[in-house]
Design a protein around this ligand. Structure first.
Ligand code: NAG
Ligand code: NAG
Length: 206
């Protein structure tokens, strides 16, 4: 496909979207695509789950990427920390990988929300904003942060409260070392953890 066509299409979609968004509910507001760090924060806050890739320790795919779905939350309701928290058990296949190598990658997409479907954006289109986080998974325990993780997860995933207690669940966070953002044409953009944590995912700065 050629660039001018894509640019024209994006402009048209943008105009259509601007025209329709004034009448639709405010939950479909997303940050402007050139404010990449804000888009990343927005996507992470909107998503309730992520695909997490680990380096497998399991036969017959030892050493190969292994991607699996996990419930996440970066904060309850209107509170957003930017940190994806998870509730994990060592009985879980990907967590066993993390015990050998905590490095992992999380992918989150607005395809999880009504936004992309309603705008007619295919999940693989960069207009259906998605992020890839690089980093590692770290346990959070016995701290204020663990209390925050619990509140963040249990408010958005209420059934976690009833998950079997003999599985020794623990709270963990994804420690971000690099953020990759696909939110527009022109290729992937990167955001440093500093830029990411300074940005606000909300329409108004608090
Ligand atoms: C949390 O647990 C990990 C692994 O069991 C341990 O290395 C770490 O010291 C603990 N941190 C706190 C604050 O208790
Ligand atoms: C956590 O991420 C920061 C970068 O944001 C990095 O400097 C630090 O080494 C990471 N910590 C661990 C334990 O991986």
């Amino acid at each position: 496909m050629d660039g001018p066509f894509l640019a024209m299409r994006a402009l048209l979609l943008g105009l259509l979207w601007a025209a329709s968004s004034s009448s639709s509910s405010s939950r479909f507001w997303i940050p402007p695509h050139d404010q990449v760090a804000r888009v990343a924060r927005f996507v992470v806050h909107q998503c309730d789950w992520a695909s997490m890739a680990t380096i497998s320790t399991h036969k017959p795919v030892v050493g190969q990427p292994f991607s699996n779905a996990f419930s996440v939350s970066d904060g309850p309701g209107d509170s957003s920390s930017g940190v994806p928290y998870m509730y994990l058990t060592r009985m879980e296949i990907s967590v066993q990988d993390l015990e050998v190598n905590p490095e992992a990658s999380l992918s989150m997409s607005l395809a999880q929300t009504d936004y992309c479907r309603q705008q007619g954006f295919d999940p693989q289109s960069p207009l259906c904003a998605h992020v890839i986080l690089s980093g590692s998974v770290i346990e959070v325990n016995g701290t204020e942060e663990a209390e925050f993780a619990k509140k963040a997860l249990f408010t958005r995933h209420p059934e976690m409260i009833d998950w079997p207690s003999d599985h020794d669940w623990f709270f963990a966070k994804f420690n971000i070392t690099q953020v990759w953002v696909l939110d527009y044409f022109g290729g992937v953009k990167t955001v440093t953890p500093e830029e990411y944590f300074q940005a606000s995912p909300f329409r108004k700065h608090h």
